[in-house]
Design a protein around this ligand. Sequence first.
Ligand code: DQA
Length: 148
Amino acid sequence: MSMLNKRKVLVIHGPNLNLLGERETGIYGKDTIDNINAEIMHKAQELGLECEIYQSNSEGDIIDRLHSARGDFDGVVINAGAYTHYSIAIRDAIAAIKIPCVEVHMSNVYAREEFRRHSVIAPVCAGSIVGFGKNSYILALNGLKDLL
Ligand code: DQA
């Protein structure tokens, strides 16, 4: 948190992202979550950021993780998966913690089904990155680094 310490970033993967690599590979690609996490950790290190990664399929657990980031993390990258489109509770948690959050989607949600075109979390995030596959996470880290 202090200027002397490395900035700390929490990366949150929401529901079904544990199945990356086998889930709808035509949309999300063949990389597993472990591969992607390794790339995230590598990029974070390159940027001089401390990084922790968390995945959960449960709305409440994601909210609890956001809450416990208070006082510990300087920034959050979040792919809230399908919760993006309807979880007012996750939206409120992001607003409550007052830590800059970057919304991430691997797919271009605006080019898919109508129900994916609305994000309830976007208005409380510092910015959103969509449609670049696993690179969406990397671009988000770059953006967050400059924000912090
Ligand atoms: C996603 C897009 C969401 O609409 C979907 O429910 C996901 C993944 C993405 O990364 O493209 O689970 O967040």
